[in-house]
Design a protein around this ligand. Structure first.
Ligand SMILES: *[C@@H]1O[C@H](CO)[C@@H](O)[C@H](O)[C@H]1NC(C)=O
Ligand SMILES: *[C@@H]1O[C@H](CO)[C@@H](O)[C@H](O)[C@H]1NC(C)=O
Ligand SMILES: *[C@@H]1O[C@H](CO)[C@@H](O)[C@H](O)[C@H]1NC(C)=O
Length: 428
């Protein structure tokens, strides 16, 4: 009986994994003629192993959907030339290849999100909305869409260029004036509009170029922010104002914080749209890692993602006026910046990350971790031991100074007492 189940299970795995091709150096020869979704991995990357079943499911589901996209994976340690040509840095890296272009997937590593990305990016960059019904249907399915309205124009070329750049994040459509909802009134076409927050906004050249406007407008004014979208905010040069809440145990206070944030994002949109992104985050884990401390839930926090800095209100936020005051203090520079990526902060963050990683590793894979952590420690011990017992070739040049810069070496070679006296003087 057990054997039957095992055989059945193995054959299911064989069938599912059959939709994912193991790629080699020849990939470069045919990738421009076909659509490919590829996971680049390394055999030593533990997360890649965890991710593998999801990747097989992606392959199987795309096949069953009749998608023209082929799914593959490539061991970057075997095919280093392709990996360096494509500039693969982290593992796993997911890329979609379409003609001469490749698109990076930066979202959560779940089957549904990856399939949504694949369907979006592999299709036309700009999708025409040819009827009122189609327009309504698309509006009902997406929180946010960009639409080009009008005929051929210079703006249309710019729109296609920007869409190619941002298709990895969101959808782009084109339409004629006839198919627009009645509520939309236009002075002039061609024009580019973003439909979001239950309304629409038009692009205007005084907002900067189209590409940078799309980059600023590609998020709803207020939404649930996860670590992936938060990471993207680093490129936005906007502060992120967040309500950090526990969605499993929503207290009255957390509901109030979310409501305040949402009200601000709409009622004060024109005032804050170039300075703030508003949202809420479920759980404080990611934020704790970022600030290397613990934020209580619920709380309100403002982040500067460019420098990993943050601001906390000095007193409790009860009303919208309190929140406005806090946001304005961040803008005028009178609120205290915490965190940031100065030298000290980076070191601290490196230690914090290393500590959490090691703790996590020992919790999940103790034996493996002992080996991984033990090996470099062993090497370091050997090096120290080697250095201490090595006989210096020349007594005048101590071993430790060998790698230091000439200036530092000269200082180190100074007689001990001079340095001590100068330091002693400084202390006085
Ligand atoms: C663009 O914005 C400027 C300033 O906000 C305004 O004066 C102008 O009328 C706008 N142009 C269009 C086409 O909406
Ligand atoms: C748009 O403007 C940004 C800065 O405002 C600039 O970095 C970018 O190169 C411009 N893009 C185009 C297509 O002109
Ligand atoms: C974040 O901090 C940097 C460095 O102080 C600053 O240049 C940048 O403008 C800040 N970001 C925002 C959105 O103000």
């Amino acid at each position: 009986m057990k054997n039957v189940i095992l055989t059945a299970l193995l054959s299911v795995i064989a069938v599912v994994s059959g939709y994912v091709e193991e790629l080699d150096d020849k990939f470069n020869e045919y990738r421009r003629n076909e659509l490919w979704l590829v996971e680049f991995y390394a055999p030593w990357c533990t997360y890649c192993h965890t991710f593998e079943p999801i990747w097989y499911e992606v392959g199987a589901e795309l096949k069953s959907l009749g998608s023209p996209v082929n799914v593959g994976k490539m061991d970057t340690t075997l095919h280093t030339n392709i990996a360096s040509e494509l500039n693969i840095r982290g593992y796993p890296t997911i890329k979609l290849f379409k003609g001469d272009l490749s698109f990076d997937y930066k979202g959560p590593r779940t089957k549904d999100a990856i399939i949504e990305f694949t369907n979006r990016v592999s299709g036309p960059v700009v999708r025409p909305l040819s009827s009122v019904q189609l327009f309504q249907h698309v509006m009902s399915r997406h929180d946010l869409i960009f639409v080009y309205i009008g005929g051929e124009s210079f703006l249309k070329n710019e729109y296609y260029k920007a869409a190619t750049e941002y298709i990895v994040y969101t959808y782009f459509f084109s339409a004629s004036v006839k198919v627009l909802p009645k509520a939309v009134t236009l002075q002039d076409v061609p024009v580019v509009a973003v439909f979001k927050d239950g309304t629409y906004y038009l692009y205007n050249e005084s907002n900067g170029n189209l590409s940078s406007w799309i980059n600023r407008e590609r998020f709803p004014s207020y939404f649930q922010i996860d670590s992936f979208s938060l990471y993207q905010m680093g490129e936005q040069s906007k502060f992120v104002a967040l309500a950090v809440v526990d969605e499993k145990n929503p207290s009255e206070e957390s509901i109030r914080y979310k409501t305040l944030m949402e009200r601000l994002s709409t009622e004060y949109r024109d005032h804050y749209k170039s300075d703030y992104q508003f949202g809420y985050m479920d759980g404080n884990e990611y934020i704790n890692g970022l600030i290397m401390g613990e934020v209580v839930m619920p709380s309100i926090i403002v982040l500067n993602m460019t420098i990993d800095g943050y601001f906390l209100p000095e007193s409790k936020i009860e009303t919208i006026e309190d929140l406005l005051l806090f946001l304005n203090r961040v803008l005028d520079g009178s609120a205290t910046l915490l965190g940031g990526n100065g030298y000290l902060q980076c070191t601290k963050r490196a230690f914090f990350k290393a500590k959490s990683t090691v703790v996590f590793m020992f919790q999940t894979a103790p034996v493996f971790s002992c080996f991984v952590v033990g090996l470099p420690v062993g090497v370091v011990v050997m090096v120290i031991w080697g250095t201490c017992t090595a006989v210096p070739v020349d007594d005048e040049k101590p071993e430790e100074g060998a790698t230091a810069s000439p200036g530092k070496k000269a200082k180190e070679l100074q007689p001990d007492n001079t340095e001590k006296t100068s330091e002693a003087k400084k202390e006085d």
